[in-house]
Design a binder for this molecule. Structure first.
Ligand code: FNR
Length: 185
């Protein structure tokens, strides 16, 4: 059986370079991984009051989507040197109600992408800060700070830089090993 991996993309815009990066990563992964892109743009901002009444349908859908997978791949831009609110909100929604976190123990990988040269380093590490608390073992190496995203794809959406393509493949091979190590079968 394949390991199921939820992909969370931190950019909500339709032409997102990070979504293209996420698709590239999924395409380059070993074939024992199966990917499910889980949308986070429709999740109402986390408010504990809503967990006491009619729980928003989008939250219920999201929580069950994450419960159904073995692992998580986060692919996100950096907004103002931290994670976009969409990602933080998804973490918060999945973490509650207290004691029912959908994240607990699921292995993850974090890839950040930016047109700039720093490759979303700030967002990558801010995200890891929450993952420590949420008991999500996040793969440490190789780190994935992908800079120069503007020039990574050609007009057909294919990766134009062979070296980077090879690196993305290395990341996904390491992630498959990481998942196998952390998931009880
Ligand atoms: C950005 N961008 C950005 N880039 C970066 O490397 N570090 C940063 O701190 C920020 N801050 C930031 C804030 C906000 C509100 C926006 C909208 C953008 C630029 C960002 O990396 C660029 O727009 C990417 O193309 C966003 O990723 P997607 O949407 O292409 O996946």
């Amino acid at each position: 059986d394949k390991f199921k991996v939820a992909v969370l993309v931190g950019s909500l815009r339709k032409d997102s370079l990070n979504r293209k990066l996420a698709e590239a990563l999924a395409g380059l992964a070993p074939d024992n991984l199966a990917f499910d892109f889980v949308e986070i743009g429709d999740l109402p901002l986390y408010n504990p009051d809503l967990d006491d009444g009619d729980v928003p349908a989008a939250w219920q859908r999201f929580r069950s989507d994450i419960r159904a997978v073995d692992a998580i791949l986060f692919v996100t831009p950096e907004y103002n040197r931290t994670v976009p609110a969409s990602i933080k909100n998804a973490l918060d929604v999945g973490s509650r109600p207290m004691g029912e976190s959908v994240w607990n123990g699921k292995p993850a990988a974090v890839a950040t992408g930016s047109p700039g040269g720093i490759g979303g380093f700030g967002a990558n590490h801010v995200l890891r800060q929450s993952l420590v608390f949420l008991n999500v073992p996040a793969m440490q190496q190789p780190e994935a700070y992908i800079g120069g995203l503007m020039n990574l794809f050609d007009d057909d959406g294919k990766i134009a830089k062979p070296d980077t393509e090879k690196f993305l493949e290395t990341i996904m091979a390491a992630f498959a090993t990481w998942i196998a190590r952390h998931v009880d079968r």
